[in-house]
Design a protein around this ligand. Structure first.
Ligand code: SF4
Length: 197
């Protein structure tokens, strides 16, 4: 039995389960359609997100919005959350003990939303969802199946802003996401058709 997003949010309010609580401005829970077909998972809040209490509102968020259009998606259709809900100082990498204590809440968010497709942005989200040590470079560009989810690893938009060579790769991957959405919808329609006939 999954908890509602509101219950999970209430449980996290004022969270002091790891050291990031000492330096954050705001806890960044997640935002978007609570019944999203596609859920995006990033790494951790950056400076803008820490100040605004919302994921992907800085430059990476602007870039993400333009990429979503290539997949035929609008921002309000998706849900976005991060592996960590609080900003690591100076945007350092998440530490294993922080991931361990924070990710049960991400797992609960995924259960509550029950998306069909998970898009993992960057190494930390990809490794967590696919339970792998492999890096994003070798995993992107392919759809991975884990449990009932189709998982599409994509570079983190912030990394692509710093390395413009990644731009065309990002665009290809969002077009692939668009095709994956179409395929999953067709499969669902066929299943529902079989049930009705
Ligand atoms: S990062 Fe997660 S576990 Fe750590 S204080 Fe924030 S909400 Fe709590």
């Amino acid at each position: 039995m999954s908890r509602s997003l509101d219950d999970i949010r209430a449980d996290l309010a004022g969270c002091r389960r790891c050291v990031l609580s000492e330096t954050r401005t705001n806890l960044v829970f997640g935002v978007g359609n609570p019944h999203a077909e596609v859920m995006f998972i990033g790494e951790a809040p950056g400076r803008q997100e820490d100040l605004g209490a919302e994921p992907f509102i800085g430059a990476a968020g602007q870039y993400l919005n333009t990429l979503l259009a290539l997949a035929g998606l609008k921002r309000e259709e998706i849900y976005i959350a991060n592996v960590l809900k609080c900003r690591p100082p100076e945007n350092r990498d998440p530490r294993p003990e922080e991931i361990e204590v924070c990710t049960p809440f991400l797992r609960e968010q995924v259960k509550a939303i029950a998306p069909e497709i998970l898009v993992t942005l960057g190494n930390f989200a990809t490794r967590f969802i696919l339970k792998t040590d492999r890096g994003i470079t070798g995993l992107r560009g392919q759809v991975h199946i884990t449990g009932r989810f189709s998982v599409l690893p994509i570079f983190h938009p912030a990394a692509a802003i710093y390395d413009r060579n990644k731009g065309p790769i990002m665009e290809d991957d969002f077009r692939l996401l668009g095709r994956l959405i179409t395929k999953r919808r067709e499969e669902r329609a066929a299943r529902e058709g079989r049930i009705q006939s």
